[in-house]
Write a protein that binds this ligand. Structure first.
Ligand SMILES: NC(=O)C1=CN([C@@H]2O[C@H](COP(=O)(O)OP(=O)(O)OC[C@H]3O[C@@H](n4cnc5c(N)ncnc54)[C@H](OP(=O)(O)O)[C@@H]3O)[C@@H](O)[C@H]2O)C=CC1
Ligand SMILES: O=CCCC(=O)O
Length: 290
């Protein structure tokens, strides 16, 4: 690891909804960023602000001291780690901020540590807008030395960061949070649908909810668009369903019965069947349309 006075070169893998604003915030804070994405053109907005485009994941790692990875799911995260490994070595740090299960994260950790590099999982709570505002919440676990090393970077991209222990703890915490969130959204969708069928005004429902104990930023933010039937993607529905599935697998492994999350997951699957994969997860409401 470079000493604290040394300039840390930052790599970024993944230029999706989350990766682009996160990488841009690192640039804005003065960090040099080398970026790679499977589809190179997705890096254009980050390159336009001064990032260097790498030709491969391994090259991004060769040119960096710490590498952040933000890709879609366990298969993508594993594929990126395999592609990145030839560019990793002792002294480097690999920080996977994608939402994956603990088993995948453990596999990635072994791959990364096998090169001599350090590993941190740090999935995030917070969506597109918090990513743009540098207001994410990082749920980190793995090599504590790397966590301390990248704390300034996490502070540029986020408003809070937690160190939760060994690899898997961050992944599990993230799945718990998203399982609760996915169930809340499914329940909210039911409430909006029931309100309409009862001949009541859905805007009034939003106002009533906003004044009471179940008020939440998510309902206030997503409700108006749900009423309009508009679902611009901040958190794609396919990723929410992936997280419900992974949370349910965790429940199965730990013998925790999760009837609410199970029912919500079925709603996300119905919405997927109606072509809503790439819409925002609030499009779960279409699962209730007859
Ligand atoms: N959007 C959100 O609100 C939040 C998302 N998350 C999590 O963050 C992660 C990224 O989310 P988000 O940015 O929304 O996702 P996007 O769908 O916008 O982007 C997915 C990224 O993964 C890449 N990718 C997919 N498959 C592969 C593969 N096999 N090999 C290499 N790269 C691959 C894509 O590359 P390509 O451009 O080539 O397709 C793209 O860069 C997910 O794990 C998600 O659950 C966490 C918190 C909030
Ligand atoms: O994983 C996605 C989380 C979205 C959010 O926290 O708003």
């Amino acid at each position: 690891m470079a000493s604290s006075s040394e300039t840390i070169r930052v790599g970024f893998i993944g230029a999706g909804i989350m990766g682009v604003p996160m990488a841009k915030n690192l640039l804005k804070a003065g960090h040099g960023v080398t970026i790679w994405n499977r589809t190179a053109s997705a890096c254009d907005p980050v390159v336009a602000e001064g990032a260097t485009l790498a030709a491969s994941a391994a090259e991004a790692c060769e040119k960096s001291d710490v590498i952040f990875v933000m890709v879609s799911d366990p298969a993508a995260a594993l594929a990126c780690a395999e592609a990145a490994a030839p560019g990793l070595s002792a002294g480097k740090g690999y920080v996977d901020v994608s939402t994956v299960d603990a088993a995948t994260s453990t596999e990635i950790a072994a791959l990364v540590r096998g090169t001599g590099a350090m590993f941190l999982e740090a999935p995030v709570s917070g969506s597109k807008a918090p990513a743009e505002q540098g207001a994410l919440i990082f749920l980190a676990a793995g090599d504590r030395q790397l966590y301390d090393r990248v704390a300034p970077h996490l502070e540029v991209m986020g408003k809070a960061h937690f160190f939760l222990g060994d690899v898997g703890a961050g992944a599990n915490m993230k799945l718990v949070v998203n399982s609760v969130m996915g169930s809340m959204m499914a329940s909210f969708a039911e409430g909006l649908t029931l309100t309409e069928k009862a001949g009541l005004d859905r805007e009034t429902l939003l106002e009533v909810i906003s004044l009471g104990a179940i008020n939440t930023p998510m309902y206030a933010l997503k409700g108006p668009n749900m009423i309009k039937g508009a679902f611009p993607p901040a958190f794609p529905l396919k990723h929410q369903q992936k997280d419900m599935r992974l949370a349910l697998e965790l429940g199965e492994k730990l013998d925790v019965t999760m009837p609410v999350a199970n029912a919500a997951n079925e709603m996300y699957k119905v919405a997927q069947g109606k072509g809503k994969d790439d819409d925002d997860f609030s499009a779960v409401i279409v699962a209730l349309e007859k």
